[in-house]
Write a protein that binds this ligand. Sequence first.
Ligand code: AMP
Ligand code: GLY
Length: 427
Amino acid sequence: MKILVVGGGGREHALVWKLAQSPRVDHIWIAPGNPGTAKLGTNLPVQADDIDGLVRIAQEHAIDLTVVGPEIPLALGLTDALKAKGLRCWGPSKAAAQLEGSKVVMKEFLRRHNIPTASFRLFNKAVDAHAYIDEVDGPLVVKCDGLAAGKGVTVAKNAEEAHQAVTRIMERHEFGRQAGAQIVIEEVLKGEEISVFAFCDGHNAVLLEYAQDHKQVFDGDEGPMTGGMGAFSPAQVMKPRDEDEMVRRILVPTMSGLVHEERPYVGVLFMGLMITDSGPKVLEYNVRFGDPECQTLMMRLESDLVNVLEACIDGTLDQIELTWNQATAVCVNLASGGYPDKYPNDLPITGLDAPEVAGNATVFHAGTRDKAGQLVTAGGRVLSVCALGANIDEARAKAYAACDAIAFDGKHCRRDIGKRREARRAR
Ligand code: AMP
Ligand code: GLY
């Protein structure tokens, strides 16, 4: 089988790594890929948002299955464009992918289908948003409507921080004019955050094991939001009662709501939930795998991924049972100095062949580039360093030993990935 994987980050390297283990796969092309995926297949110089270019290469290489990593090609309709040419693509249609593209659309969907979420107000004028913030005069969450690489959300401790967020989004247009034309302001939910993933075939859904991300840049969940600094799986934060409620009040109504709206969901549905005292509530939907959660899940998934992805497309997920390695996976992201703000690129990376790395970890490339034979940094999140262990301490020890052996100027990472449970116990 010939596979095309769309994207070029750590998540896509992990998907390629897992797909390459399937006896059913003959060759993998990656667009655009990265130096890590180049070792497992053939990178093609087509960007993930170039829909015409992607359709062209899928036709040229007679691709049997296209697997889409990031949200942008999905929001732009890659699945539909490939389908129109008779090609199979794993990922939601453009209509179903709109759940992630706009926070306003997402909140309205949640309201329409009575799915638990933070109470909210929508604004399209900064002056009205400022007036509302003054009225509430307390903690609030301010969200930019459009895609902002996970950085368009501010959990404001007070009115002043909320005002600043509105100014950045609506007046300074820091995330672009269109993305910031509307905002959502919502109540702050208290509880434990968890990423829940479900493979979906339009009508059936199969839950994956749980994983937890660490979104803030510094230890102890301090500092600004990032795309994700590290993850671990399994994550034991859901009591059976919460899980039951999540399926009944969130997963099932989401799937049936989309069917009802004539845009059944095929692919992986990513539900960012807060487990509050009054049960799980939706923070956000994403129409793709989380990055870096995907890395930990691919480390643990034993089932043949090709079979699972095909079952999503064929509507036969009811015949699939996922099997998992019972070990714990930890993923620590090594980031460029300055990330999530400005950072330099093109800094040489060394240490990837050190014994602490080779003997302990699987390293997925995220923001790297090959510069005349030298691996250099080329992004905010540079490498996803993953390890499996019999328990979380063992997995952490292996991952951090590998992290310490890898070097580039300005390298930084959180030192507390996987320590959530201890932090919770201490509270
Ligand atoms: P989102 O992109 O909407 O998931 O928001 C990004 C992050 O902001 C989430 O992963 C949470 O950590 C945090 N967040 C978003 N909404 C809320 C909320 N209503 N209450 C508390 N934290 C939130
Ligand atoms: N790790 C969170 C995300 O991919 O959005």
